[in-house]
Design a protein around this ligand. Structure first.
Ligand code: FAD
Length: 363
């Protein structure tokens, strides 16, 4: 008897979980979502992400393990499938000790440590000599990372799942248990995988009060700074950030950003956009021609995404609601891509546990 699995959500969490589940021919998968790749919406975080691999999980945490376990998968996809829209790029990381207690400084605290756990995971990790640091920087490092063009990568994941037989449909659920009746076979689903991100705060049967948005505003430009850059904080505000990355396959350069907790504003703030662009040019003058300021930036679009942050970390666990078996995989804050395969692997093992004991009710 095949396994009927419904995945709710077509962001990076839902698609990666569906992709891994679809590799087992016993699994019949329906992916149901309000938003699909190609859509841009404030309720859909994944298209807005940079996205790159800059680990932030505290050493020894699940988060650390999920990021560690994701690197090999992203590396393999980058090497084997150029059509997935991921390329290798140097990442330059700079730390100012004075940022330690700010919202941005806390978010980046593991990333900017001089001796981080991820130095043994990513290739070519090197501490930058003092001679290569400006006076306000306390320490810095460089390593090989990846940058993902989300507009190419998310559809690529859909393609991989579809090739393996998964069926995609639009649906909006008010209650998670309703998804059990929505499998494309017409039979009851054996298990629901919940990958609804920030919306799990409002989804009936879940209503997770630990979820909150960390608002990220970005400017996408045609200019290319070369390596990716990340700084521990800015002098413009404790929840503002400075990072940049050029996406693979002509995806443009993302200039960031902000990390504004509990801010739901979907509209770009023009003043913040100005500060983002000024900061970017100050740290990477090569973005524009000599002597130029922000007028030298060729803007593709302004954007805002809400990182699905969760107090206590992501929820990747089994649950049962109204007699329906659930596996949750949501709440990945600003690290949904860089932890995607690690979290999906845990979710898949929980799905397997559920399926081992399955008894299918009739519709
Ligand atoms: P989402 O992408 O939000 O997807 C949720 C899905 O669930 C959607 O398909 C939605 O339609 C569906 N859904 C929700 N509710 C319902 C419902 N009731 N019924 C049906 N469907 C529903 N991460 C990194 O790893 N690296 C980065 O460089 C990075 N940069 C970022 C930059 C910015 C500006 C932002 C905003 C985020 C960044 N992130 C980054 C974080 C990353 O984008 C998120 O962690 C990730 O996209 C979350 O994915 P998700 O699939 O869990 O949620």
């Amino acid at each position: 008897m095949p396994n009927n699995i419904v995945v709710i959500g077509a962001g990076v969490s839902g698609l990666t979980t569906a992709y891994m589940l679809s590799q087992d021919p016993e699994n019949r998968i329906t992916v149901l979502a309000k938003h699909m790749p190609g859509d841009y919406d404030i309720e859909y975080a994944s298209p807005w992400a940079g996205a790159n691999y800059m680990p932030v999980g505290k050493q020894g945490s699940n988060h650390h393990a999920w990021e560690r376990d994701t690197w090999p998968a992203l590396k393999e996809i980058t090497e084997k499938y150029p059509e997935a829209g991921i390329h290798f790029l140097d990442a330059l990381i700079y730390n100012r000790k004075k940022d330690q207690e700010t919202a941005t400084g806390k978010w980046f605290s593991e990333l900017v440590q001089p001796n981080p756990w991820y130095k043994d995971v990513v290739p070519d990790f090197k501490t930058l000599p003092e001679s290569e640091l400006t006076p306000e920087i306390d320490n810095g490092q460089i390593f090989t990372s990846v940058c993902i063009n989300t507009a190419v990568y998310l559809p690529w994941l859909v393609g991989q799942c579809t090739k393996n037989g998964a069926v995609f449909k639009r649906a909006v659920f008010k209650h998670i248990a309703d998804a059990a009746d929505a499998h494309h076979s017409g039979e009851k689903a054996d298990v629901i995988v919940n990958c609804t991100g920030l919306s799990s705060k409002f989804l009936g049967g879940v209503l997770d009060e630990n979820l909150l948005p960390a608002r990220g505003q970005i400017v996408v430009v045609r200019n290319d700074p070369g390596p990716m850059i990340g700084l521990s904080g800015t002098d413009d505000g404790e929840d503002e950030a400075l990072y940049m990355m050029t996406r693979a396959a002509g995806g443009g350069t993302i200039l960031g950003g902000s990390y504004q907790k509990n801010n739901w504003d979907p509209l770009p703030d023009p003043n913040l956009a100005n500060r983002i662009m000024k900061r970017a040019i100050a740290i990477a003058p090569q973005l524009v021609k000599e002597g130029e300021g922000i007028e030298g930036l060729d803007i593709i679009r302004h954007g805002v995404g809400l990182r699905p942050l969760r107090e206590g970390g992501p929820r990747v666990e089994k649950d049962e609601v109204a007699g329906v078996k659930i596996v949750h995989n949501y709440g990945h804050g600003g690290f949904g891509y860089q932890a995607s395969f690690g979290c999906a692997e845990t979710a898949v093992s929980l799905v397997k546990e559920v399926l081992r004991n399955k008894t299918r009710a009739k519709l």
